[in-house]
Design a protein around this ligand. Structure first.
Ligand code: FAD
Length: 277
C-alpha cells in the first residue's frame, strides 16, 4: 500500500483539486485498513470537481487486485464475465468486448470512467447505461465483502444507492454474443452522437438533463455558452461541458456553476469534493 500527499489535480480529468492523503490500496487487507478513518473513494476522477484546498479525508485509490480483471470467459456461460476489479478502466473493457464479440458495453463508448465509478454513477448515454449489463456488484461494507444484486442498488438516471461508506470492489457483467460488425455499427452510432463534445480537459456534463430536456440546450438558450471565469470556460461546442483552458482553478469552475444556477434550476451531475463556496 502507498500513502502519499498528492494534489488531486493529478487524478481528475478536469485537472483541478488540491492536496489530500492518497492511499493506494493493493488488496483486501489494505482496503480494510484504509477505511478505518473517514475516506473518499477516487475512481478515474472523471466526474469530480475537487476544491483547490483539497480534502481532509483519506482518498482511496483502488490498485493491485482491484485494478485487475477482464471480460475473460466463464465455463458454461459465455455471456457472464468473471469478477472485474472496480479500478479497471471502462474504455479498455469496451475495446475488449468488441474484440471478443460481446455486446452490451457499446453505449458506454467514450466514458473515461473506472468500472466502479461507472456503477456508482450509473454512467450511460441515451443508448443505455451500465446498470443494463450488471450481473452483480461486490461491495466492501462494515468490514465485509458482500455481493449485491443490481436491484438492491436502486439504479436511476446517473445515480445508484449504495449503503453509506460502501466501496464497490468488484463487478460482474452479463453481455451478449454478437458479431463484431453489429457491435462496431452500434459503436459508430454512439461515437457519432459524441461528435461536438469538446476534446479539452473536462469532467463530462456538469449538470443532469431535466426530464424531457437537455441541460446543454438550456444553458445555450440562456446565452451562457462561452462564459469564462479565469481559465475555466463553458464550452462553445457543448454548453454542458465546462473546459479547462490550462491552469484553471476549482473556484473558477464553481463560479461558472453558480452563474448557471442563478438563471437555471439545474441539478449538478458532478460530485463536489471539499469546500468551494
Ligand atoms: C470526456 C468525458 C465524457 C463523459 N461522458 C459521460 C457520459 O457520456 N455519460 C456519463 O454517465 N458520464 C460521462 N462522463 C462522466 C464520468 O465519466 C462518469 O460519471 C463516470 O461514471 C465517473 O467514473 P469515475 O471512475 O471517473 O469516478 P470518479 O469521478 O472518480 O468518482 C465519481 C463518484 O463515484 C464514487 N466512486 C468511484 N469509484 C467508486 C467505488 N469503487 N466505490 C464506491 N464509490 C466510487 C466517487 O467517490 C465519487 O462519488 C464523462 C466524463 C468525461 C471527462
Amino acid at each position: 500500500m502507498r500513502v502519499e500527499k498528492r494534489n488531486l489535480a493529478e487524478f481528475t480529468t478536469l485537472g483541478v483539486g488540491g492536496p489530500a492523503e492518497v492511499w493506494t490500496v493493493e488488496n483486501e487487507g489494505d482496503l480494510a485498513k484504509a477505511v478505518s478513518k473517514p475516506f473518499r473513494i477516487l475512481g478515474n476522477g472523471s466526474n469530480l470537481l475537487v476544491s483547490d484546498e483539497g480534502v481532509s479525508e483519506r482518498v482511496i485509490r483502488l490498485g493491485g487486485v482491484f485494478a485487475q480483471g477482464d471480460l475473460g470467459s466463464v465455463r458454461g456461460d459465455p455471456h457472464l464475465t468473471p469478477w472485474i476489479g472496480a479500478g479497471v478502466l471502462l474504455p479498455s473493457l469496451v475495446q475488449e468486448a468488441l474484440n471478443k464479440g460481446l455486446s452490451g458495453l457499446e453505449p458506454l463508448l467514450g466514458i473515461p470512467a473506472s468500472i466502479g465509478g461507472a456503477v456508482r454513477m450509473n454512467a450511460g448515454t441515451r443508448f443505455g447505461a451500465i446498470a443494463d449489463v450488471l450481473e452483480a456488484v461486490e461491495i466492501f461494507h462494515d468490514g465485509a465483502f458482500v455481493v449485491c444484486a443490481p436491484e438492491e442498488l436502486s439504479f436511476a438516471y446517473r445515480q445508484s444507492r449504495l449503503p453509506a461508506g460502501a466501496v464497490i470492489s468488484r463487478v460482474r457483467l452479463r453481455l451478449r454474443k454478437k458479431s463484431q460488425d453489429e457491435i462496431a455499427s452500434l459503436l459508430a452510432r454512439v461515437d457519432s452522437a459524441r461528435k461536438g463534445q469538446p476534446k479539452r480537459k473536462s469532467a463530462g456534463c456538469a449538470f443532469k438533463n431535466p426530464p424531457g430536456d437537455s441541460a446543454g440546450r438550456l444553458i445555450d438558450a440562456a446565452g451562457l455558452k462561452g462564459l469564462s471565469r479565469g481559465k475555466a470556460e463553458i464550452s462553445l461546442e457543448h454548453a454542458n461541458f465546462f473546459i479547462n483552458r490550462g491552469g484553471a482553478k476549482a473556484k473558477d469552475f464553481w463560479e461558472l456553476v453558480t452563474a448557471v444556477r442563478e438563471q437555471l434550476p439545474l441539478e449538478l451531475e458532478w460530485e463536489i469534493w471539499g469546500e468551494l463556496s
